[in-house]
Design a protein around this ligand. Structure first.
Ligand SMILES: Nc1ncnc2c1ncn2[C@@H]1O[C@H](COP(=O)(O)OP(=O)(O)OP(=O)(O)O)[C@@H](O)[C@H]1O
Ligand SMILES: [Mg+2]
Length: 271
């Protein structure tokens, strides 16, 4: 679905943000991308939806090369992106107008546009704000409207750039449930996060460091072998405890517990 070959990119000021990245993402996969601040996660996502073009190498999305500018419109329809900063992405005077903007550009009928806006607002729990001005919403509410705008396009790939950082605990778990649901129904998910409890839901973890991919594989196995220093953020206590059990050989990498329930099961199995 997404083929990245030997991708390098430097910003105009000379900062090398991506350094020889090769990565293939399959249709329907749920991939998380993690790594310290400034390691290149957002820059990589911007390449996947064609906002940036490779300095070297190539990015091909569903057979479309992002270097070919005539593909850009189709690439952005295929891969919707929710940005780290929701402020930057509002265009409409009301929430409704904002979400309808994309589907209108697809030339859909007004009843289909209305259905998509209604469903997208329901999915993110923002139906009550349909006629509000996006400007007056809180950070977390803006993030949810940004997500609804992408959902209304019904893209095959959704790129999430640390979308839950502004959300409270309950909104965060609602949005994660929604993402899991989208994954179940076949959407390809690429999800940047610093939160370990979020990346355990993924099929695959890609860990970046200084513009390079340094780990790429099963989240459970990678987390069992890296330090919180490599990850870039503190591990939750459950993971620290699991690591002690692994060091003491009470558990092995393949059953490395990532949650409270898994830890309980590892220590005292129910059967
Ligand atoms: N517009 C820009 N101009 C110049 N350098 C940039 C620009 N945007 C990002 N960078 C640099 O490129 C590198 C990668 O940045 P990027 O935003 O991709 O990192 P990130 O992994 O998303 O970080 P964070 O976790 O803080 O969001 C950093 O060194 C950053 O300073
Ligand atoms: Mg970023």
């Amino acid at each position: 679905m997404i083929n990245i070959e030997n991708l390098s990119y430097s910003y105009p000021d000379g900062t090398l943000a991506l350094d020889s990245i090769s990565l293939n993402i399959l249709k329907g996969e749920f991939v998380t991308i993690a790594g310290k601040n400034g390691c290149g996660k957002s820059t990589l996502l911007r390449h996947i939806n064609g906002l940036l073009q490779p300095g070297q190498g190539s990015v091909v999305v569903k057979g479309m090369d992002t270097c070919d500018l005539s593909n850009l419109q189709d690439i952005r329809r295929t891969a919707g992106m929710i940005f780290q900063d929701p402020q930057s992405q509002f265009i409409g005077m009301t929430v409704e107008e904002d979400i309808a903007f994309g589907p209108e550009n697809l030339g859909l009928s007004s009843s289909e546009i209305n259905r998509r806006v209604t469903e997208a607002l329901e999915s993110v729990g923002m139906s009550g704000h349909r006629h509000n001005t996006p400007r007056t919403l809180s950070g977390g509410q803006k993030q949810k409207v940004a997500l609804a705008s992408v959902l209304a396009m019904e893209p095959e790939i959704i790129l999430f750039d640390e979308v839950t950082s502004m959300l409270d605990f309950s909104s965060r778990s609602d949005i994660l449930d929604l993402i899991k649901q989208l994954h179940k129904t076949g959407t390809t998910i690429i999800y940047v996060t610093h939160l370990l409890e979020e990346l355990v839901h993924a099929d695959r973890l890609v860990l970046m460091e200084k513009g390079r991919v340094v780990q790429n594989g099963c989240p459970r196995e990678i987390i069992s072998k890296i330090s919180s220093e490599d990850f870039g953020f503190d591990f939750p206590p459950i993971i620290e405890l699991s690591k002690k059990l692994l060091d003491a050989r009470i558990i092995d990498e393949t059953s490395f517990p990532l949650s409270k329930d898994e830890l309980l099961e590892a220590i005292c199995p129910s059967k």
